[in-house]
Design a protein around this ligand. Sequence first.
Ligand SMILES: NC(=O)c1ccc[n+]([C@@H]2O[C@H](COP(=O)([O-])OP(=O)(O)OC[C@H]3O[C@@H](n4cnc5c(N)ncnc54)[C@H](OP(=O)(O)O)[C@@H]3O)[C@@H](O)[C@H]2O)c1
Length: 301
Amino acid sequence: MRAARFHAYGGAENLVVEQVPDPRPGPGEIRVRVAAAGVNPIDWKLRAGALRALIPVELPAVPGRDAVGTVDAVGDGVRGVGIGDRVFGLGGVTGASAELAVLSAWAHAPEAWTDAQAAGAGLASVTALRGLAALGPLAGRTLLVEGAAGGVGSAAVEIAVARGATVIGTAGERNRDFLASLGAVPTTYGPGLAQRLSALAPRGVDVVLDTAASGSLDDLVAITGDPTRVATVADHTRGQRLGTHVVNAENDSALLSAAADLGRRGRYTPRIERTYPLERIADAHTRAERGHTRGKTVILL
Ligand SMILES: NC(=O)c1ccc[n+]([C@@H]2O[C@H](COP(=O)([O-])OP(=O)(O)OC[C@H]3O[C@@H](n4cnc5c(N)ncnc54)[C@H](OP(=O)(O)O)[C@@H]3O)[C@@H](O)[C@H]2O)c1
């Protein structure tokens, strides 16, 4: 099969598209013929070697954590999905930016979602759902999402709005209309956030989801006055020090199904800033690495 790979840790220029052996699904796994694969921060962090102590990968490695495609092989013990089904989901920390990818968590993709949208829903939706779950019931509460324009943040805004929260989202000025289109009250991140929030939410912010890793976690805890009302998916070190919820994604098919159900009801539509063909994956990584993706960057196979 054709796949993108990096043979050594380093910059995006290390990515090459080449022929590699087909992967095979193990027990409980499926293999999909990939239509599109998401680009997530973990892809370029792994490729750069920034996570090598925490998550060592075998080189050469195929980047990519999530994908959509049609099932072309199923492993032992797999139920509820058949050859030809269109599913989106998650594999290992690598492996998705290829013609064939093995998934260990998946859900049927809503018909209304394009391939790019379904690819963008994998890691972002499970991370958002787990982050929101840590904060308890959302109906009638005011939620602040720090980093609301990114992949995880934009998913969290739509899902929280669907669950009845009033959502305030932070982003750069250029994303004001984008946040409003997701259903959030937009504001900017950075100095003066607490003052801006007291005007936007005079009765206070009940809970906060941090998806930004921008160093603002101390301020976010001060805004709620209680670290247990704050969850971070992005700043594990500060979160542990402050006693916030620290949340990680999981390969959980039930969460992907919940995201797909919201998609079918028109309550969650992954936003795609830009797609790239596989041959231009280095450009996709370079762009995503700048840290200002609006929604998701996606590779089309
Ligand atoms: N724990 C887990 O399992 C897990 C899973 C997925 C992701 N993550 C982590 O969560 C973070 C977000 O992931 P993602 O996929 O959403 O990334 P992303 O799509 O690359 O996020 C980019 C967004 O961050 C916003 N941003 C940049 N600087 C900011 C700041 N100072 N304050 C607030 N927002 C800022 C940008 O908005 P503007 O362009 O408007 O500045 C942009 O929309 C990453 O650190 C990622 O590694 C963790």
